[in-house]
Design a protein around this ligand. Sequence first.
Ligand code: ZN
Length: 333
Amino acid sequence: MHKTEKIALEEHFGAIDPNIVEQSATHFIADAWPAHRAMLLDIHDSRLRLMDECGIEKAVLSLLSPGIQALHDQAQAVDDPAQAVDWSYRLNDHAAKQVSDRPDRFAAFAALPLQDPDAAAAELRRAVTELGLVGGLINGFSQVGDEDTVVYLDDSRYAAFWATVEDLGVPVYLHPRGPLPHTSPKYDGHPWLYGSAWAFSVETATHALRLTGSGLFDRHPGINVILGHLGELLPFNIWRTDHRLAVAPRGLGVQHTFGHYLRTNFYLTTSGNFRTPALLNTLVEVGADRLLFSADYPFEDMREAAEWFDRLELNEGDHTKIARTNAQRLLRL
Ligand code: ZN
């Protein structure tokens, strides 16, 4: 089969502290965890061989989820925002080192300590201008001050952070994390709803709508947010959202439709959603210029992602855009 050379943008690693990598154990049955733990800790060995096999010329690395955003979780025994700042700094140095070892094969998104908005803005600036990272990846809401206080990215405390994002001209990948059980009674008794099977998409789509409805993209029209998993259900439902808000805006005061912002301020990746009818719906809704190939390794099988993508019967121009040229333009690779 013909392999399309690809760039992948949602490819995760674990590093610097065992507490970080163990966050991902919950996504696997016990027998499968040791192998996946090893995949998260590896960058240059089995990961690179798989990339060769799959025709992935470059992977944009990012820390696993919830990563820094959960550092106030009591299970992490962390109670100081300074730790989120310190870990982000060390993680981004680590990521930059991996990239500098193979700049032809890797790039990276910065981990960001949103518990301290000014520090998050400063760290993004350092990561981009000094380390050469290509943007930030944020795992949903951050726990701030204590385990139970969650803050979303539309909060006014992040005004200067978003101004920095626009000023730097780099994208922010809004990656899923699970909701906190005691704030989400709708999931009670159904633990399978929490993870990537369902809650990840619902929670991330809601977060993306919060950002949009807050007027963020009216204030900063140059910002680009990346969503994984073919847009976390949004392309399927965005017409209905606009259709209903046109009748009952419920206090919403933004300049354009949500569909407009989805096509203008978001990029959507194929991570973890290797389903052709869903891709075609997404393609029709946002256009080929806004789609990007990704796998979501090692939570997904890199081979499955690549084989599905290579077989897609798209016109060659769109296939190439989604495979790599959109990413090259967006990330200035
Ligand atoms: Zn992911």
